[in-house]
Every structure is written in structure tokens, then in C-alpha cells.
Design a protein around this ligand. Sequence first.
Ligand code: PEP
Ligand code: MG
Length: 547
Amino acid sequence: MQTADGNSILKGVAIGPLRIFKRTEAEIAALSTLTPAEEAARFHAARVTAMEQIQTLYDKALGEVGAADAAILVIHQMMLEDEDYLEAVRRIMEEHGGTAEYAVSAAGREFAAAFAAVEDEYMRARSADVRDVSRRMVNILTNRSDASMQDSRPAILATDDLTPSEMVRLDKSKLLGIITRHGSSSSHTAILARTMNIPALVGVDFDESWDGKMAALDGYAGRLYVDPTEELLTAMEEKLQADRRHMSRLRELMGKSNATLDGREIRVCANIGSVEDVELALRNDAQGIGLFRSEFIYLESEDYPAEERQLSIYRRVVEAMAGKRVVIRTLDIGADKQTAYFGLEGEENPALGYRAIRICLTRPEIFKTQLRAILRASAFGPVSILFPMIISREEVREAKALLAACRADLKREGVPTGELEIGVMIETPAAVMLAEELAEEADFFSIGTNDLTQYTLALDRQNPSLDRFYDPRHPAVLRMIRHTLEAGHRHGCRVCICGELGSDQTMTETFIRMGIDELSVSPSAILPLRKLIRGLDLSRPQENTGD
Ligand code: PEP
Ligand code: MG
């Protein structure tokens, strides 16, 4: 038996085979042992296979998402027929005497860079398509499957790192646990693992020879066991059973209120990142969706998601919640949440860069598509809209003006919409300092403690070596929360915490005493919080003030 330690993302246990995923780019052989004619024949055979694969995907997409969204696959086919592209592959093969996959990869990079540099937004977005087509061709030429991160058996996935956009594409039914060599515990990949209730460890120095071996991941101890002994395996299975028994005891709280012993009620809602997560929210008796991170819809897609597609997702969430409020946060892309078709440039300081509302206000055509979809979804049940990364009153006013323009357009088109509450995320020190003014623009505040901690403490939440300094319970952050609450309440604004600190049970009593109206947390944290809240008595002095 061997062991490796890491930082735990979720207290839970996973038992199963380890599947080690290695990134492939570096494996592409530059030099060929075949003749140029043989490499050219390999290239053309792969091109035929790629065309067939794309045709199959197109037929499937046509039924599922309609012709408009499926059209992107036609563009992929056209690229494989493009004379300039074919000529570039031929030239690279001749100049380098290399393999077909080397030439495809190099030509793909050339074309993707050229598209990414053009002014026209539509053409810039084609850069992602070139990369997609190249990846497909390389996979065919090197006999790798497209979904090479996972295979058909459920497994614990181990990889150097995992981006949020890779994470949302994984098949959750085959994902027992996650191990990464890099990555911080407050990254979005970690947050997604928590939301989906998947045991995960980051910062694990695993050995590649462990691929395929039996493993047990102990999220309580932050340890991975490889080739566990019978004794260890039995102990892990017992932990797993104990977890299940604990969960079924918590289920007895379904339908009960979140009221303290002395009668103070607070709302406990769920954070979700996809329509699939709604089931977890319902199973854990969420009082609503307090944060729908809509950017994951964009990360799952190969191109800007159309209004109809977004509407169908929001509508499904709203209808599933059956009258309970759904807070949809507008696109918060950028920083660690990257997807190629946005054509975002590399930045020196991405966390301080072009992200969230800054992208939406400078690219209103993208923003308006989302605003229209959210407005239309509000006709099917109570919906609130939440603007992220706000630093000024003007930004809120500009976003509201775009929303009003979209509402007027829809009215003119005879498309029904409903009431929409306006929320502002308080996740920058600027927003805290302007809380009085922002409260005049909003119906509610949602405090994003993940970013608020990052920006208040000047600590990159993505950097794993800063994990020990990243402290959301820092007195400066807690005072910001208190200030926001007081300013919000003075103006009749409800105040929620939707960052990860909301599920920190050592803080629950402090937040309730401060007067928080709502906590929005990952679905699996809801019932444990309910249990805790129901045992609190605010009429007695608090033992530890936490501030
Ligand atoms: C936050 O910053 O606390 C938050 C809820 O948003 P995200 O984690 O998605 O940045
Ligand atoms: Mg945030």
C-alpha cells in the first residue's frame, strides 16, 4: 500500500480504480519514420474519419438543440475542406518531414492564432473551432478517444490540473473522486467539486505508475491510499457507510424550518452551476437557488449559447424549483474561467482583469442575449438577476439600463416576461465601501466571500501556495460583511452570503447574530446547516464572537 496527502476539498470517501489522465500535446511525435506519401495518406484517412464523426454529431445535435446550434458542426466540416488549411498541413509535413499529427497540430495553432487576432468578433470566435477540429484530428491520428479523460468504468480521476471548463464536461456518473497535483482549495474547480458532492484532493504528488490501481480517497484525512490493504479498505467502507447513515439522519430534517430555538428564521438556499445540480438542490430541500453560476453554461459550450438554449436551461431550473426563487448570476467569465471562443487575451493579472460585468458591459451583444433569456425565464416563476464583480453605482445603472431595453424589446415583440428582482454581488472592497449607494439600486445583496477575501487580503485565490494565508474569517473580511449588512438593511436590501464561507459552521451563529437574511451554499451543506441552526439559541450570549 502507498499513500499520498493533499488538501481536502470535500469531506467524503471514494473507493475505486485510479485513472491517471496526462495531457497529450507533448506526446505528439515531431519526426516520422514513414515516407511523406505515407504520412499524407494517414492525414487524408483521418480527415475522412473526422468528417464522419462530425456528421454523426451533427445529426444528434439537430434533434437535441436544433439547426441553429448544430450549425457550428457544419463550420467544423468546412474547415476540413478549406484549401488554405490543407495547404498549410501539406507545407508543414514537407518542411519538417514530420508526422501528420505534428503538422495538424502546428497548422491548427497557426490558424487559431490568426483567427484570434482579427477585429471581427464572429471571425475571432472561429479560433476555438480550429482548435477543436485540430484536437479531433490529432486524437484520430494517435488513436485517442475524444473523451480521453475518462473511460467507461467509474474511476477516481487523477490529473495535473483541471480547468473549470474541463470539469463541467466530465461525465459525473463515472466520476468517483478527483485528485489533482496542482490547484487551490478556493478555485472554481474546487467549488464545482463541492457543488456536485464529489470527494476531491488538491496538491497530491501522485505517481504515474498508479494508473489503474485500486485506490481509496479519504476526504476527512486528506489522504489517498493506493493498493489499500484489506484492513484499510474495510475501514474506508465503514466510513462510507457512516457517511450514508449520517445523511439519512439529516434527511429527517426535510420540510422543517431553518429557525433557531428562539424563533429567528433564515433562508438556506443552494448554489448550482448547471441544470443537473437542481436535483441535488431539491434532494437537500433548498429553499431556493441562491446562486446559479450561469457562466458554466458558456464553459460547456463550443460557441456563445443562443438565447433559446439559455432560456430552455433557465426555464427548466425555474420550473423544477416550483415557485421557489431562482437567483441567476449573469455571466462571470474571465480569470480562471476561460473558454476559447471568447478570444480573451492572456493577461498579466487575470483576477484583476477583463472579467464578469466588465466583459458584459463592453460586449453588450453577448450580455443582451443573456438578459433576454433571463427575462423570458421570469415568466415561468420567481427569478432574480445578480450582477457580479460590481465596483461602481454606474455599472449597476448601465446593466439595469440594458435590462430595461431588453424588456422593452420583448414587450414590443409580444414575448411575455415576469417581475425580476435586482441583486448586486458584493465581492470587491469598492462595493463594500459603496454599499449605501448600491443598496439604492438593488433589491438584495449577495456577498461573494471567495472574491471578497481575495481582493481584501490581496491574495490570489488560484495560487495553491497561498492556501495557508487565504483566510475568509480574517477580521477585515468579517468587518466588511458587517458593514455591508448594516448598509443594506438601512435601505431595505436583503443580504445573503453566497461564497464558501456561508457553509462554514463555525461562523453560522455569528452571521445570524449579525442579521444575515440568507445563506446560499453547496447543496450537500444545506441539511447540516439546518441541523446547526435549529440547535442555536440567540437569547443566550454567544461563546465565541468570531469577530
Ligand atoms: C464569490 O466570489 O464568493 C462567489 C460566490 O463567486 P465565485 O466563487 O463564482 O467567484
Ligand atoms: Mg466571485
